[in-house]
Write a protein that binds this ligand. Structure first.
Ligand SMILES: [Ca+2]
Length: 262
């Protein structure tokens, strides 16, 4: 009896330990590996529809898990998806000292084929798991003007016209883009409009509007979704300067805006 008592407690203890250990292993085993997040965060420049550019159109997108992408399709407004060539896909550090949450952990370089189409969105396929992302393509009917460097001061400002989309990038380091335009007689307001929704840009635009005499009319940080109305009195020249509020620049610091007079 004494021998039985001497062994029963350690045996129960050992049994309990083995049960708990195996139970923990068993409980952990069936959990599937977590699906890696695939996300588009940034686009290199404003993605003008391929129908508006000289072919082939190249585009770099940055995001999370893009090195896992196996196939990319552009989804047109009508018709079948169009296969997009992947030139490069790899893990890479975020630009402009950003962390992966803002700048992604990987990038894809894409080449759009020739042909008349306007993508509405891009569909990215990882192994057996298509994920669809909407890229902010501008409508094909929009007329636009690309920024031309150098345009860093009043003296070398780029002349633009109202009611046209202006596309540019704050790069290289210390870049400032200055545009000039004239208001028509009788107008009372200069209206700046950006683009709605996801910008896919690192830029935090800081804008200044000056008169031809160099008087500062307005300086403001702009979220690009907000319409800005500045009272003006017609028939004069205005300068619009744009830079990054954080003094940060890269190929992913792009913008799009238009000016209207009323
Ligand atoms: Ca620039």
């Amino acid at each position: 009896m004494k021998t039985w008592r001497r062994w029963i407690i350690p045996a129960l203890g050992l049994g309990g330990f083995l049960f708990c250990t195996n139970f923990r292993l068993w409980a952990q085993d069936p959990k599937p590996a977590p699906t890696k997040k695939v996300e588009i965060l940034l686009v290199d420049g404003w993605p003008v529809p391929p129908t508006m550019k000289k072919y082939p159109v190249k585009l770099t997108i940055r995001g999370m898990g893009l090195d896992l992408i196996e196939r990319v399709e552009a989804i047109p407004a009508t018709g079948s998806p169009i296969l997009i060539k992947i030139i490069k896909k790899e893990k890479s550090g975020a630009p402009a000292n950003r962390d992966a949450n803002q700048g992604g952990d990987s990038h894809l370089e894409l080449e759009f084929p020739s042909g008349m189409f306007t993508p509405k969105s891009l569909r990215l396929h990882t192994k057996g798991n298509p994920s669809q992302f909407d890229l902010p393509w501008m409508g094909t009917t929009d007329s636009f003007q690309m920024e031309k460097e150098p345009n860093g001061g009043f003296g070398e400002s780029q002349s633009i016209v109202a009611n046209q989309l202006i596309l540019g990038t704050i790069s290289p380091a210390k870049d400032v883009d200055v545009f000039s335009l004239s208001s028509p007689q009788g107008c009372k307001s200069l209206i700046l409009s950006g683009t709605n929704g996801n910008q896919l840009t690192l830029l935090r635009p800081f804008l200044m509007i000056h008169t031809a005499q160099g008087d500062l009319l307005k300086a403001f940080e702009w979220d690009l979704d907000r319409q800005i109305v500045v009272p003006v009195s017609g028939l004069t020249k205005y300068y619009i300067s744009i830079l990054d509020a954080l003094d940060s620049t890269s190929g992913f610091h792009h913008y799009a805006f238009r000016v209207e007079f009323r």
